[in-house]
Design a protein around this ligand. Structure first.
Ligand SMILES: Cc1ncc(C[n+]2csc(CCOP(=O)(O)OP(=O)(O)O)c2C)c(N)n1
Ligand SMILES: [Mg+2]
Length: 284
C-alpha cells in the first residue's frame, strides 16, 4: 500500500480513538484498554478490507464482523459511527438508559452489529456458522472476528477452533488481540497462552503473527488471506492495551476506566493532537 493511503487509514484510526474517548466523556466509564488495543485492526477491516455498505447494512453478500470480546464494544461503535452506520451524536448516549450503544453490542439496537456478544467464548463459534453459511450461498463473503487473549481461557473457543478446521473454513479470519492483559492482570498469570500460535496450528489452522498496532502489517496480513487453501486463518496480533492514551498504555487498571482528575482532558488532548498531526501529514 502507498504511504499516503496508509496515512489516511491511520488518520481514520485516530478519529476512531477520539470517538472512544467521546463515549467516556458521555458516560464517565467504559472498557478502554481492550477497545484501544484492537482499534487499528477494526479500523483496517472497515476502512480498507470489508465489503460492507453503511446504507445497506443487511446486504446479503456482505462480509461479517463479530466482536467476540464484546466488552471492547466502544471500538465497534467508534468505527461504525466513523464509517457512517449511524449518527455520531449517538456516541454521546453511551452509558445512558435506553441507548442504542449499550455496554455490550446488541444486534437488535444498532445497524452493523451482527450478533450479541460479550459473554466471552462464543464469537468464534458464531463466526464459523456465518462462514459456513456464506460458503453455502457461494457469495464470496469472509467472516472476521476479534477475540481477547484472556478470552482464550473459555473452552468453547477450542471446540469452535476444531470444528473450523474440520470444515475447512478458509473464509474465516480470527484475530487474537494479544495485549497480554485481562481484567485482573497478566493473562500469563491466569492461563498462559503465550504459545497461542502453536496451539491454533495444532488445531489445523494457518497462523500469522503481526504487530497489531502497525497499520502496514495489518493491511498486508489481510491481503494474504487465505494463508493456506482449506485452512481457517488465525492472526495473533501483538498489541498494547489502551494504545494511544499514554498514561493508560499497558496498565491493567485501565481495563475498565472511570476517569479521575485530569485524565479525561489528557486523553482528549492526546487523541486530538494525533488527529491534527496525521491531517498535516496527509495534506503534505
Ligand atoms: C463468560 C464471561 N466470563 C467473564 C466475563 C467478564 N470479563 C469481561 S472482560 C474480561 C477479561 C477479558 O480479557 P481479554 O480477553 O484479554 O480482553 P482485553 O484485554 O482486550 O480487555 C472478563 C473476564 C465475561 N464477559 N464473560
Ligand atoms: Mg487481553
Amino acid at each position: 500500500m502507498e504511504k499516503k493511503e496508509l496515512l489516511k487509514l491511520e488518520l481514520e484510526a485516530a478519529r476512531c480513538r477520539r470517538n472512544v474517548i467521546r463515549m467516556v466523556e458521555a458516560s464517565h466509564h467504559g472498557h478502554l484498554g481492550g477497545a484501544l488495543s484492537c482499534l487499528d485492526i477494526v479500523t483496517a477491516l472497515y476502512f480498507y478490507k470489508m465489503n460492507v455498505d453503511p446504507q445497506d447494512p443487511k446486504k446479503a453478500d456482505r462480509d461479517r464482523f463479530l466482536l467476540s470480546a464484546g466488552h471492547k464494544c466502544m471500538v465497534q461503535y467508534a468505527v461504525l459511527a466513523e464509517k457512517g452506520f449511524f449518527d455520531k451524536k449517538v456516541l454521546d448516549t453511551y452509558g445512558s438508559l435506553g441507548t442504542h450503544i449499550p455496554g455490550h453490542p446488541d444486534m437488535k439496537k444498532l445497524p452493523g452489529v451482527e450478533a450479541n456478544t460479550g459473554a466471552l467464548g462464543h464469537g468464534l463459534a458464531i463466526a464459523l456458522g456465518m462462514a459456513l453459511g456464506a460458503r453455502m450461498d457461494e457469495n464470496g463473503a469472509k467472516v472476521y472476528t476479534v477475540m481477547g487473549d484472556g478470552e482464550l481461557a473459555e473452552g468453547s473457543n477450542w471446540e469452535a477452533a476444531a470444528a473450523a478446521a474440520q470444515h475447512h473454513a478458509d473464509n474465516l479470519v480470527a484475530f487474537v488481540d494479544f495485549n497480554g492483559l485481562q481484567i485482573s492482570g497478566k493473562v500469563s498469570d491466569v492461563n498462559d497462552y503465550s504459545n497461542v500460535a502453536d496451539r491454533f496450528r495444532a488445531f489445523g489452522w494457518a497462523v500469522r503473527e503481526i504487530d497489531g498496532n502497525d497499520m502496514a502489517q495489518i493491511v498486508d496480513v489481510l491481503d494474504a488471506v487465505p494463508f493456506e487453501a482449506g485452512k481457517p486463518n488465525c492472526i495473533v496480533a501483538h498489541t498494547v492495551k489502551s494504545k494511544g492514551v499514554s498514561f493508560a498504555e499497558n496498565v491493567a487498571g485501565y481495563h475498565y476506566w472511570s476517569p479521575k482528575g485530569e485524565e479525561l482532558q489528557t486523553a482528549i488532548a492526546e487523541t486530538e493532537a494525533r488527529i491534527a498531526e496525521l491531517e498535516k501529514e496527509v495534506q503534505a
